[in-house]
Write a protein that binds this ligand. Structure first.
Ligand SMILES: Nc1ncnc2c1ncn2[C@@H]1O[C@H](COP(=O)(O)OP(=O)(O)OP(=O)(O)O)[C@@H](O)[C@H]1O
Length: 799
């Protein structure tokens, strides 16, 4: 980004090129915003306003709006987003259901959407797709083949989808590129203003985007692209890494400049990253030279379980914040994951350790739709009075119950002093009159599912099994497939919820693992006040509780008795729900945790994909295991390796990789192995020069000169620079007192008692004139969370 931004400024300031004749393309809207901000500082607000800047999609939309008629479209077209597209496809799929069912085939609209999108990314329309699936290119001349039935159905839907979009004057996201290319290709005057095209993250452009770039450059052929083939991580979204080679063919005067100087990371982070990515022998070989010194060798740590791993990361974050004397804060840390289901244990460990966190471009685990759905079902089973849970799931999966019907049920429940669940069951059993519009026929499967689950709960069925049964009963996987484009990711979260339930059940809870850890490190780890979190949850729920009225039916009487009997006991389900609720953050309206209001800084959790283009001083990459790196669902091992490389190269000063020897998979413990990407790094270098420091669980401590590299990489004053002037300032007021009290809050307030406070400050004090005397005088320190107190037997003269 720095290269493109600087070049845009250079063209304007030194070559007198008008900003309005420059087109700068970024990969995301976020990157466009960032580039705009950087350019404002270089060329001013007015210049930036004239630039044509944005993603390929945004640029196409802008030009199509003005020139749509040139290619037979109306200018007032609607852009239909991915959700809308899917709704249309669902309808178009309906008439084909019987044909598919007869052949025992299933086809979801999400699959149709992906196949159509992949075809459009290559510039293919429905007719091209049909040709593609009916011909094979493996023999010459091209031979005609009989395609499978699914592909034929997709081809048919593709055709109908195209017709429908045109008929309703709609363009989907892929159409923006398809019609953009057509416009720029057929009407070069539309792009005659363009003197320079600059494209960032070029390695992730697809064929249509490449063509757009080419046609935009028609008039002047001045193109600058920046890309890193080692960071091509969007093959699954039709990116074409081959575009880099194509560019050199199409623009034969292309000059290639290798950007081998790396200003971001320490030498040892680059060495470890290169050791990973260079295992791909087909990659374009390039060097990376760091402007910084070697710094701290990246760590590779093994843990016995995911919980152990998560707690170690949380503890290490606290320790680093403390040991760097406040030079690093929580904002400086990121935990990068291969997929988002892995965030659950980490979020919990951070929360339990009082470390605030945010999830980049996504939701926290217990806030994810699928987790909330399943928990809501179980809440209704456990506590039918809890209306928000009932309202959430009555139409999940879809049962044709809309807002109006729900309101009707809730109103009837209030009028009859019953829970809405009792109303629904009463209507289903014919004991309560139906409402309008009627629900009796729609709620059959729902009532049966809740009753089965209730029975299982009464029998104290373990929660992991309860969740499995729930998923089966409501066909939740199918529901996700039908409604969510990223259903696989969401399904992984569902499996992770089963893992969590198993942990609670087997008492492999955080508290337990934490106890073990404390025994091992011989110290204590502070906890958030769980009681307070619970109190807040209960307060939230109070508003939703309805009167405890019951119907008089025979079975209901029995159920009531059973339910009342269980009201005051801790059932396995209740223990699980409680553990889940305690795992959520209590956020106030501003999105800040109430417990840590004054702390604005947060540790970031992100997927490796979402971290593209970003950087952090400290990066943790947990779970570098077989099946995760490379991810078992991925077909492209090289791309998976590049993804790990992208993750590692986000680190500026410290990088820590870790893996578990055992992990839960769908509720069962499975042995795991280190990723072969890392195994190869270890095998290929002798231990003495290994780019990874194995099983060295901690980063260096204060006073270690390797830490000074981080000060320089980040251009931040070091902890020593920060503390010494303060000590000198304070010396006057405290010099004649036997007790020296250093108010180091808030920088050091996260220091824990077991971090041996004197150790932290002794290197600092030794730099002061009488530091040695001070150390000799059997220094003692304790942390009250407010301050650090040093006691010394005699008055201290610091200078
Ligand atoms: N010439 C330079 N002098 C000093 N710092 C620089 C220079 N060029 C880049 N940097 C710094 O290096 C870091 C990486 O720069 P930038 O984000 O532009 O790189 P990039 O090639 O887009 O990275 P990636 O593709 O890996 O995300 C930033 O912190 C940036 O400020």
């Amino acid at each position: 980004m720095k290269v493109l931004t600087t070049r845009v400024a250079h063209l304007i300031l030194h070559h007198n090129i008008s900003p309005s004749s420059i087109c700068a393309v970024t990969f995301t809207n976020k990157a466009a915003k960032e580039m705009r901000e950087r350019l404002k500082k270089l060329i001013g607000k007015d210049g930036v306003a004239q630039l044509k800047m944005g993603t390929f999609h945004a640029l196409c939309a802008k030009f199509l709006r003005v020139y749509a008629e040139l290619i037979g479209l109306a200018g007032n077209f609607t852009v239909c987003d991915a959700d809308e597209s899917k709704k249309i496809l669902r309808k178009l799929l309906e008439p084909h259901k019987e044909f598919l069912a007869e052949r025992n085939l299933t086809l979801k609209e999400a699959t149709v959407a992906t196949l159509i999108s992949q075809a459009k990314a290559k510039g293919h329309n429905a007719a091209d797709y049909l040709y593609d699936i009916t011909h094979t290119y493996k023999v010459h001349p091209v031979a005609v083949v009989k395609p499978d039935d699914i592909k034929l159905v997709v081809a048919e839907i593709f055709k109908e989808y195209e017709q429908l979009l045109r008929h309703t004057n709609c363009l989907d996201f892929d159409d923006l590129l398809v019609f953009g290319v057509q416009l720029f290709r057929e009407h070069s005057r539309v792009v005659s203003w363009c003197r320079h095209v600059l494209v960032d993250e070029f390695q992730d452009t697809n064929i249509m985007q490449y063509d757009l770039m080419k046609y935009l450059a028609t008039a002047h052929e001045c193109v600058t692209i920046v890309g890193d083939p080692d960071q091509s991580i969007y093959g699954w979204r039709s990116a074409e890494v081959k575009n880099l080679g194509k560019m050199q063919d199409d623009f034969y005067e292309t000059r290639q400049i290798l950007l081998e100087q790396n200003y971001r990371s320490t030498g040892s982070i680059l060495s470890a990253s290169i050791a990973i990515v260079s295992q791909d022998k087909r990659r374009i070989v390039k060097r990376l030279l760091s402007t910084h010194s070697k710094g701290v060798t990246p760590l590779l740590d093994e843990h016995s379980s995911e919980l152990d791993q998560a707690i170690n990361i949380a503890t290490e974050i606290k320790r680093i914040v403390a040991y760097t004397g406040g030079m690093l804060g929580y904002n400086d840390f990121v935990i990068l994951l291969r997929f988002n289901a892995l965030s659950r244990t980490l979020e919990q460990a951070l929360q339990k350790s009082g470390i605030p966190c945010r999830v980049l471009a996504g939701h926290k685990f217990f806030e994810r739709l699928e987790i909330k759905d399943l928990l809501a079902y179980l809440q209704v089973v456990d506590n039918p009075k809890f209306i928000p849970a009932f309202s959430r799931i009555i139409n999940v999966p879809g049962r044709g119950i809309g807002e109006k019907t729900l309101k009707g049920v809730l109103a009837k429940a209030t009028a009859m002093k019953l829970t809405p669940m009792e109303v629904i069951e009463g209507i289903y059993d014919g004991e309560i009159s139906d409402i309008k519009p009627p629900v009796k026929r729609k709620v059959g499967s729902f009532v049966k599912a809740i009753r089965t689950l209730r029975k299982l709960d009464n029998d104290d069925t373990p929660p992991p099994e309860l969740i499995r049964r729930l998923i089966d009963l409501v066909q939740y996987e199918d529901h996700l497939k039908k409604t969510q484009q990223d259903w696989e990711t969401r399904w992984e979260n569902v499996q992770e919820l089963i893992n969590f339930a198993s942990e609670v059940e087997t008492d492999m809870s955080f508290d337990r693992v934490m106890e073990d850890l404390e025994k091992r490190v011989g110290g204590e780890v502070d906890w958030q006040d769980e009681g307070r979190a619970l109190e807040e949850m209960e307060l939230d729920e109070v508003g939703f509780v309805v009167d405890d009225g019951r119907t008089k039916g025979k079975d209901k009487g029995k159920e009531k008795a059973q339910s009342e009997k269980r009201d005051n006991v801790t059932t396995p389900l209740r223990a699980f729900l409680e553990a889940s609720m305690l795992s959520t953050d209590v956020e106030d309206q501003n999105g800040e945790s109430k417990d840590i209001k004054e702390v604005k800084e947060k540790v970031t959790i992100a997927t490796c994909h979402a971290a593209k283009g970003l950087e952090w001083p400290v990066v943790f990459v947990p779970s570098v295991e077989k099946g995760i790196f490379p991810f078992s669902r991925s077909e492209d091992v090289d791309e998976e390796r590049r993804l790990l490389y992208v993750a590692c190269t986000r680190a500026q000063g410290l990088l820590a990789l870790s893996y578990c020897s055992e992990r839960m998979v769908a509720g069962e413990k499975k042995a795991t192995e280190l990723s072969h990407f890392i195994l190869r790094v270890l095998k290929e270098a002798p231990v003495s020069v290994s780019p990874l420091s194995v099983n060295y669980t901690k980063f260096p401590e204060t006073g270690d000169t390797r830490l000074n590299t981080i000060d320089r990489v980040l251009s931040r004053p070091s902890h020593l620079n920060w503390i010494i002037p303060r000590l000198l300032n304070w010396r006057k007021s405290f010099a004649d007192r036997p007790r020296l009290k250093l108010m180091l809050r808030p920088r050091l307030k996260n220091i824990n008692a077991n971090y041996k406070l004197p150790q932290i400050l002794s290197p600092v004090l030794s730099q002061l004139k009488d530091g040695n005397a001070l150390r000799r005088s059997s220094l003692k320190a304790r942390s009250s969370g407010q301050a650090i107190c040093f006691k010394s037997p005699s008055p201290i003269n610091l200078l």
